[in-house]
Ligand binder design. Sequence first.
Ligand code: CTP
Length: 217
Amino acid sequence: MISKLKNIKIIVTAGPTREYLDPVRFISNESSGKMGYAIADLLYHYGADVTLISGPVAIKSSLPIENIVQVKTASEMYDACKNHFDTTAIAIFSAAVADYRPQFQSDCKIKKADQVATVTFIKNVDIAFEFGKLKTDQQIAIGFALETNDIIENATKKCKTKNFNAIVLNSPKEGEGFGFDTNKVAILNNKGKIKFFPLKSKQEVASDIINELIQIL
Ligand code: CTP
């Protein structure tokens, strides 16, 4: 029942984050943002009140500009999400948030010096985990997981720890997931039920995820 989504407040995180070493250098990851954007666009199309909180990506969304919050770092993404934690009905965490950032960020461009350079990293805030701690029974959280081993066991643990209602398992294989237009997912809910889907376009996967969400609503 797509009508359940009409005017419902939803936040979607998408894309990578950048963790800066100095004003011109950062570490990041391969996330294209395509999966999160496909979800946000389809939810908006169904009449939901969507806020897309996006790391730096090269793609466009069909959402009005005022519904998109552009961020760069994990810390900025957290601040943007936090503003919506109390009021959102649903949170979908599809961003590939960097788990660590350099402990020190130089204000000036770092000059080369020794043969070996060492960077110390410190942990970033886990946005989904923080929402999971505050989430009421009326709020819904859906997360993503990219696992290479002990897939079901790790995803079940992640679902529990972060208090997700369901978790979408991505494939790390060539042609699926990160950076590609297609994705092969499984959706595991917090009751331990798992559904496997074939390789599909990210628009079709977005539709499968939204169908799952409607069943939780
Ligand atoms: N996530 C988040 N904030 C972070 C890290 C992850 O919101 N700092 C969210 C992701 O958007 C995703 C879920 O948590 O929905 C799982 O992310 P993932 O990177 O698979 O798991 P981690 O908790 O980072 O664990 P690990 O990398 O050790 O598998």
